[in-house]
Design a protein around this ligand. Structure first.
Ligand SMILES: [Zn+2]
Length: 419
């Protein structure tokens, strides 16, 4: 029986969104939360982009240390052999890749300006896959950008060539959010049947259907005999109108009518971490969670009208499909309204020890010596320089626990800088 797996792309599609960005420490925390939730893979960044190098290496070290385990950390790379070579030169320990190339006539003509034929596209992709295999990639996904506007016969040829060269998955990208649940179901079912390769659904929300399309596409893949991998982002943050929201996708798979009984996640998702993950990501991006966001929106469990309030008090199931506790909600949101000592780039040791002291009970953070405390404070200052906002508890605890990793995350070496 085929299953559904979640591949989250917040740290790739999310961060490449116009006007938004994340610090490397924030990206790392998101990988940690995704791992705690049971997400199969995090597309954690761009291995050929220089300022990502140390962050990617540091996260691969966390994987080796067992902190980021069992989640797969996958890099997004253009399906060009030279880029794959550069990837392994810059981030030698990387194990998982998604290789991307445009496949639609619109993009082949509009982007490559007549310099590439469809055969050239397949050849480039295959060379990239071969190079990744030769350099030791453990898993490879091949992405067809603009798949929803690509001629189906060409997609079949493309996916079969990818599979024959050892790719593990084919990513069907509805890059412009052009599909609807009916069209994507048909396209993906027929692709699954005729190519024999597991299929990723990468859906965007330009027509408001990213979550619905992801489910319909997954159904198509599974009915075509293949596993489905849904691409999500936390809070649906992504290019233009966004991607399929992680929490909404998981709720839809596990709670929606006649889907939950029939189709299953290959790896259980712990939704009790959903609230923490969504809140932190909202803070890190500085984008509020919409009031009506499924599961984690401020109004998701709010009832005001007489009939609804009365009904939900008698039995929550009268007006709620799922419980707030399942999503990790329920604790009051405490906001300091009196004196507040924050950690920032100009913090001193006394304020810092005060803040860390408050965390001591919760996280067992202790400093062996004054020097150690100063060292961690210095890293906290740098983290604040990068993020421009007070660090949250989990960030402070992370730095105190893994100062060497934090140092890497905070180090940038522009161009030809030499030590
Ligand atoms: Zn995208």
């Amino acid at each position: 029986m085929s299953k559904i797996y979640i591949i989250d792309v917040t740290n790739r599609d999310g961060v490449q969104t116009a006007k938004l960005g994340l610090s490397k420490l924030e990206k790392t925390l998101i990988n940690i939360y995704l791992n705690e939730m049971g997400v199969f893979q995090s597309e954690f960044g761009f291995p050929t982009t220089r300022h990502e190098s140390l962050y990617l290496q540091a996260n691969l070290e966390l994987a080796k240390m067992g902190v980021l385990k069992p989640i797969h950390l996958a890099g997004w790379v253009r399906a060009i052999a030279d880029d794959v070579t550069k990837t392994f030169d810059m981030v030698p320990d990387i194990k998982h890749l998604n290789l991307s190339i445009s496949t639609s006539d619109q993009m082949i003509t509009g982007k490559f300006r007549g310099k590439k034929t469809k055969d050239d596209i397949i050849e480039m992709m295959v060379e990239a896959v071969d190079t990744a295999k030769a350099r030791g990639a453990e898993t490879i996904g091949v992405n067809a950008e603009d798949a929803s506007r690509t001629d189906q016969d060409f997609l079949v040829r493309f996916a079969i060539a990818a599979r024959e060269h050892g790719a593990d998955r084919f990513r069907y990208c509805d890059t412009l959010g052009y599909d609807n649940p009916f069209s994507i179901y048909e396209a993906v079912k027929s692709l699954a049947e005729s190519t024999g390769i597991p299929i990723e659904l990468h859906c965007h929300g330009d027509l408001g259907m990213a979550v619905a399309n992801s489910l319909a596409g997954a159904k198509g893949a599974m009915e075509g005999g293949q596993d489905a991998y849904i691409n999500t982002t936390v809070n649906g943050i992504g290019e233009r109108c966004g991607n399929a929201d992680l929490v909404a996708v998981v709720l839809a798979i596990t709670k929606s009518k006649r889907f939950a009984d029939k189709y299953q996640l290959g790896q259980p998702i712990d939704l009790s971490k959903a609230w923490k993950t969504a809140k932190f990501t909202s803070y890190a991006f500085d984008v509020p969670i919409p009031i009506n966001q499924p599961g984690v929106g401020p109004n998701a469990f709010a009832h005001a009208s007489g009939i609804h309030a009365d009904g939900v008090l008698k039995d929550p199931e009268n007006y709620e499909l799922y419980n707030f506790e399942e999503l990790g909600r329920g604790d009051p949101d405490l906001v300091e309204t009196g004196r507040e000592i924050c950690t920032g780039q100009y913090s001193g040791i006394s304020g810092f020890r005060h803040v860390m002291g408050q965390l001591e009970g919760k996280a067992a953070v202790t400093f062996a010596s004054a020097e150690e405390a100063y060292r961690v404070l210095e890293l906290v200052r740098y983290a604040n320089v990068e993020s421009h906002k007070p660090l949250v508890e989990d960030e402070l605890i992370f730095i105190a626990r893994y100062p060497e990793i934090a140092k890497k995350l905070l180090t940038m070496r522009p161009l030809d800088y030499q030590d």
